[in-house]
Design a protein around this ligand. Structure first.
Ligand code: UDX
Ligand code: UDX
Length: 462
């Protein structure tokens, strides 16, 4: 078991995506004594990681990458060679929602994980620690351990769970100063030894009392539960936003009032057009599927309602736009400000803007999308309807001649635009639908805009 020992020095990560790339860059930057290799089957992604034009937009990330790249951080497509020399392998390949067969639409598609595990067994010649970085259903480690250890080479693999809690847009700060690092392992002597090897990595920059350990099942489940709780807060406050709109209460005031209760806490109470991102919906649906598979129907329905509320929030944003704009948006130019699922990222996976735009297209609006980082991804998301949308990087140009602006992403620059100039260039009456509650609504109203936000009284001139 020498390679499982505390002096393991070669770290590999399989999957150079939003999670694998940044996490490994941080480990390499903070731990020069380890050689960290990141591999991916996607060659263009790897060459982007080797350039100054990283494949993902993440503030501060290039600096971290540059600190270590070429020193002890390497990006490569040679998966097999990298597996051979690794002592510790983090697996961070994608685990999307299954689109076929049993559990379609809910269960996690584990085919990439399993293929990776089988490749690891095939090419390995020594013991290794395998770390689950991808979010996986609880008890995946058991299946992985079975596949990995069913070899006749006498090699032993220890499977650990070390879920990543970083959020996009703040990945560097989240990794530099995490609330906690969670590492789950089996309580066997080999499991504990492997756990020590992973703790030792993080202890290079994370305070010891923030590195928590658990059994491997708790670690796997905690990741799903953390995302489910975060998403649940957003759906909870979004459900209240609807009630606010009916009662002249203001959801921001309600959030502030309840958030100051230290038992509730103030974060993740911003009402919005809906949550997006690659994780929340996928992980809740996965949790729902797991509950169902244990026959826990009430549990499944409870968590499923978080996703259903989110779908409702996205849908009602557009139906409010339509009813407000005299029940038709057909042939009206509508400027969508922001396509990323949140600010400070170019990622558009499950972005609420996708649903908003598709619904507007169905209503035959002339949609113009602007976003500082996400237009390339928007083109992929809207591949089937590119002839029906326009994309412009300049928000002023996007708003010109529009009947309405719909804010879908809370980019800081959208708070700082010259809205008087925008107002003058728009059709009248001019509408703003602030799906993120980020603009100065009173000021916009005074300029002449009719302003509609989430969970707040509308400000209209008619
Ligand atoms: C992924 C998972 O989707 C998520 O569940 C988990 O929490 C973290 O890892 P992310 O990094 O955002 O999230 O995914 P993505 O950006 O799609 O990156 C996955 C990478 O794995 C891709 O670059 C893909 O090319 C690569 N991959 C996939 C492999 O290298 N080999 C494979 O067999 C499959
Ligand atoms: C999330 C988790 O926060 C992170 O811990 C996990 O590792 C991956 O999933 P991420 O999806 O990158 O991270 O972004 P997050 O900041 O959680 O935002 C998710 C969505 O919720 C975004 O669309 C965001 O705009 C929305 N949101 C967030 C709200 O609508 N209101 C809020 O108060 C907070």
């Amino acid at each position: 078991m020498e390679s499982n020992a505390k002096n393991a020095r070669n770290i590999l990560c399989i999957g150079a995506g939003y999670v694998g790339g940044p996490t490994m860059a941080m480990i390499a930057a903070r731990c020069p004594q380890y050689k960290v290799t990141v591999v991916d089957i996607n060659a263009s992604r790897i060459s982007a990681w080797n350039s100054d034009n990283l494949p993902i937009y993440e503030p501060g990330l290039l600096g971290v990458v540059k600190e270590a790249r070429g020193r002890n951080l390497f990006f490569s497509t040679d998966v097999e060679a990298a597996i051979k020399e690794a002592d510790i392998i983090f697996v961070s390949v994608n685990t999307p929602t299954k689109t076929f067969g049993g559990g379609a639409g809910k269960a996690a598609d584990l085919q990439y994980w399993e293929k990776t595990a089988r490749m690891i067994v095939r090419v390995s010649t020594a013991d290794k620690i395998i770390v689950e970085k991808s979010t996986l259903p609880v008890r995946t480690a058991a299946a992985m351990s079975r596949i990995l250890n069913a070899n006749d080479k006498g090699i032993r693999f220890e499977v650990l769970s070390n879920p990543e809690f970083l959020a996009e847009g703040t990945a560097v700060a989240d990794m530099q100063n995490p609330d906690r690092v969670l590492i789950g392992a089996q309580g066997t002597p080999a499991g504990i030894k492997a756990l020590d090897a992973i703790v030792e990595i993080y202890a290079n920059w994370v305070e010891r009392d923030k590195i928590i350990t658990s059994n491997v099942w708790s670690a796997e489940l905690s990741k799903l539960v953390a995302n489910a709780f975060l998403a649940q807060r957003i759906s909870s406050i979004n459900s209240i936003s609807v009630l606010c709109e009916k009662t002249e209460a203001d959801v921001a005031e309600v959030s502030r009032a309840i958030g100051m209760d230290s038992r509730i806490g103030s974060r993740f109470l911003s009402s919005s057009v809906g949550f997006g991102g690659s994780c929340f919906q996928k992980d809740i649906l996965n949790l729902v599927y797991i509950a169902e598979s244990y026959g826990l129907d009430e549990v499944a329905r409870y968590w499923e309602s978080v996703v259903l509320m989110n779908n409702y929030q996205k849908r009602r944003f557009v139906s409010n736009m339509i009813s407000t704009m005299f029940n038709t948006v057909a042939d009206k130019r509508i400027a969508v400000f922001g396509f990323a699922f949140k600010a400070d990222t170019g990622d558009t996976r499950e972005s609420p803007a996708i649903d908003v735009v598709k619904q507007l297209i169905e209503e035959r609006a002339r949609v113009v999308i602007t976003d500082p980082e996400a237009l390339d991804n928007a083109k992929i998301d809207l591949a089937g309807c590119l002839d029906k949308v326009e994309m412009l990087s300049d928000p002023y140009a996007a708003a010109q001649g529009a009947h309405a602006i719909a804010i879908c992403t809370e980019w800081q620059q959208y708070r700082e635009l010259d809205y008087k100039k925008i107002f003058d260039s728009m059709e009248k009456p001019a509408f703003i639908f602030d799906g993120r509650n980020v603009l100065d609504h009173k000021k916009l109203f005074d300029m002449g805009f009719n302003v509609f936000s989430i969970g707040k009284p509308a400000l209209k001139h008619f």
